[in-house]
Design a protein around this ligand. Structure first.
Ligand code: NAD
Length: 344
């Protein structure tokens, strides 16, 4: 199974290690160093089989190459997956992350990591005790801290640009926005939208979390089919699929979640339904700008804010290109990434 996956992959290389002490598999997938060192977060997750974790890593690393190219950053794409029998805590977690930090260090800066599913700043601090090639350690440890504030801000700018494309104005005031998932990104996005005068509906499987945003909570099982101007997925991936798209009653899909389309054909399904889709890896790029900009490109806070606001301009360009070429917005984003990679 590993052989098939690796044979079909168009990336550069994969480093694999089995961690005897925890039974974890470590996969560091370096998809492209064409634009610079490969960057992308570390996912800590349980999988049915190690090959599923490798498959996830290969796909996500290729996505990072596209994402960082579209954002105009001098970085390549990579991703690491730590496939664990169960999510470790305490000393076991620390030990695993230290050994993983040693593995990153041995790659000499070809791959630089950061947080992803189930990993946060304290984990980056542990990895950072063994290697300098890590983003988003806590501020107390010399890192740039939680990136979600800039992910949410980028999504907010992206929503404005998408409103401008779909309606006459980019003003969120009076528009109804459904924020699905009120965790790190969704809660901050809901606040930005409320402050801008939008009517904000929120759904979360953790109802208390939804309520604490100050927006109007709606039941998570029926949220998707509510009438709204903007549906902002900020929880899980693959919520846009052959089953859900015909039931959507929004004009725009623009949110922070990764991998929102279940299949590439769902981009066309959205277009056919007259829904403007903000490609996920473009609109949720604020977190990457935060870590990479502050920690390797020497940006100050003002520069970072300007670059995050630029996500709106990038999306406007993608919408113009999609209209002119008669293609989906996801295809237009892919073409932009491919052009930037070709020019390098
Ligand atoms: P998080 O874990 O803090 O929040 C996710 C929230 O979604 C939780 O509150 C959870 O209870 C809720 N949720 C889960 N299933 C749900 C459902 N079916 N309906 C409604 N709510 C549900 O995660 P996050 O950091 O806010 O990230 C959210 C999404 O954005 C993820 O897809 C993540 O990969 C993506 N993303 C995050 C960042 C970042 O900076 N944190 C950057 C880029 C992309």
């Amino acid at each position: 199974m590993f052989e098939d996956l690796l044979r079909q992959w168009d990336g550069e290389h994969v480093v694999v290690r089995h961690d005897e002490a925890t039974g974890a598999w470590m996969f560091v997938c370096i998809h492209s160093t064409r634009l610079g060192p490969a960057m992308g977060g570390t996912r800590l997750k349980t999988y049915d089989e190690p090959s599923h974790a490798l498959e996830d890593g290969l796909r996500l690393a290729a996505g990072m190459t596209r994402k960082l190219a579209v954002l105009g950053l001098p970085c390549g794409g990579g991703k690491a997956v730590l496939a664990v029998p169960e999510i470790p805590e305490g000393d076991e977690r620390r030990g695993l992350l230290e050994r993983y930090g040693d593995l990153i260090e041995s790659l000499g800066g070809t791959y630089v990591t950061g947080p992803d599913v189930n990993t946060r700043e304290p984990d980056m601090d542990v990895i950072g005790s063994r290697t300098a090639h890590v983003f988003c350690r806590s501020v107390d440890n010399g890192g740039s801290g939680d990136p979600s504030v800039h992910t949410a801000l980028g999504v907010f700018h992206g929503i404005r640009a998408t409103l401008a494309h779909a309606f006459e104005t980019d003003d969120p005031a009076g528009r109804t926005v459904l924020v699905q998932g009120t965790g790190s990104v969704g809660a901050k996005l809901a606040r930005l939208l409320l402050d801008a005068g939008a009517i904000v509906l929120v759904s979360d499987v953790d109802e208390e979390r939804a309520r604490s945003t100050g927006a109007d909570p709606v039941p998570p099982d029926t949220a998707l089919v509510l009438e709204c101007d903007v549906y902002a997925p900020c929880a899980l991936g693959a919520t846009l699929n052959a089953d859900s798209i015909p039931r959507l009653r929004c004009k725009i899909v623009a949110g922070g979640a990764n991998n929102q389309l279940a299949t590439p054909e769902d981009g066309e399904r959205l277009r056919a339904a007259g829904i403007v889709y903000a490609p996920d890896y473009v609109i949720n790029g604020g977190g990457a700008l935060h870590g990479i900009g502050l920690e390797t490109l020497g940006w100050d806070a003002d520069r970072l804010e300007r670059e995050v606001a630029g996500i709106g301009d990038t999306l406007s360009g993608i919408y113009r290109q999609a209209e002119a070429a008669g293609i989906t917005t996801s295809e237009a984003a892919e073409r932009l990434a491919a052009e930037r990679l070709k020019r390098a």
